[in-house]
Write a protein that binds this ligand. Structure first.
Ligand SMILES: O=C(O)[C@H](O)[C@@H](O)[C@H](O)[C@H](O)COP(=O)(O)O
Length: 280
């Protein structure tokens, strides 16, 4: 999935993208940190400390810590968080776990982001099962998105999750996101309409360019209402998307990348290994 020119990608299901010139490419105003590391191992060490520090801060301030996971390599890069010293020092009983996107497959499928997170992370720490908000895997993509959104609304009504004063959308403490070589984030792809959704909290897609095709995804209003977002990006195949996003120069004719739109309310922190940062 390389960087896509929409002109080459038209089909009945593919968005006719607005021209880059007509899209809002004003640099986002959020505080942005770019942290570069020699290796993926160094990213994993720094990421574990970053997450543990935020856990401590938010639990002290609010009494719990809401964390939104993605799929992909992120879970592997989180591996140091379930080792000493963090495994014993983090107050896991105060964690709430959500997914920024999920594949609409059974939760025990090798394609499930829940299974990926369970096997690599959640099964290794004492987070209460009732604090883990997996999708309902018995539903169609649309029904699964509606169901996840309704459950989020219920948590907001019970004041478990606050809403952002600025946007009115739910405000999670931390989202941990990866990006694709085409610049997608969550399941918001450059040439698909979901990236422009402004009202829904959770959307669905049945023709994802990245397999599997059926997924649900948080929308940008929810993503950008988060307090903190970490973009965890490792590997040379992501260097072009990183260069465009952080360099701020979109090649002529290229669809603006969804990852350029990520802008949380407090701080955005990029964790890059040497390969991902190689074109900066
Ligand atoms: O379910 C998914 O496919 C994702 O949540 C997706 O958005 C992922 O985070 C990126 O594609 C990065 O994936 P990698 O880390 O594997 O490059």
């Amino acid at each position: 999935m390389a960087l896509a020119n929409p002109v080459d990608n038209q089909s009945n299901n593919v968005l006719k993208c607005p021209s880059p010139a007509s899209m809002d490419l004003t640099p986002r105003k959020c505080k942005t940190n770019v942290r570069k590391f020699q290796s993926e191992e160094d990213v994993a060490k720094a990421l574990a400390k970053y997450v543990a520090d935020l856990s401590e801060k938010y639990i002290r301030e609010k009494g719990y810590f809401s964390v939104v996971l993605s799929g992909g390599t992120l879970i592997h890069t989180l591996r140091k968080l379930v080792e000493c010293p963090y495994k014993g020092s983090v107050d896991w009983s105060k964690w709430l776990i959500f997914w920024v996107d999920e594949r609409v497959v059974p939760l025990n499928s090798p394609d499930s982001n829940y299974k990926l997170a369970y096997d690599g992370f959640l099964s290794k720490v004492p987070i209460s099962p009732c604090h883990i908000y997996a999708i309902n895997d018995k539903l169609s993509p649309k029904a699964a998105a509606d169901n996840y959104e309704a459950r989020l609304k219920n948590l907001v009504n019970k004041e478990t999750i606050p809403v952002s004063d600025a946007s009115g959308f739910p405000k999670f403490d931390l989202m941990l996101l990866g990006i694709g070589p085409d610049g997608h984030v969550a399941s918001l792809f450059p040439t698909r309409l979901q990236r422009f959704e402004k009202k829904r909290w959770v959307s669905f897609i049945t023709d994802s360019p990245k397999p599997p095709p059926e997924r649900i995804t948080f929308t940008f209003p929810v993503i950008n209402s988060a307090s903190e977002i970490a973009m965890v990006v490792t590997g040379a195949e992501l260097a072009d998307a990183v260069k465009i996003t952080l360099g701020g120069v979109l090649p002529t004719g290229l669809t603006p990348l969804p990852c350029m739109e990520v802008s949380p309310e407090e701080e955005l922190t990029w964790f890059l290994d040497k390969d991902a940062a190689s074109k900066l």
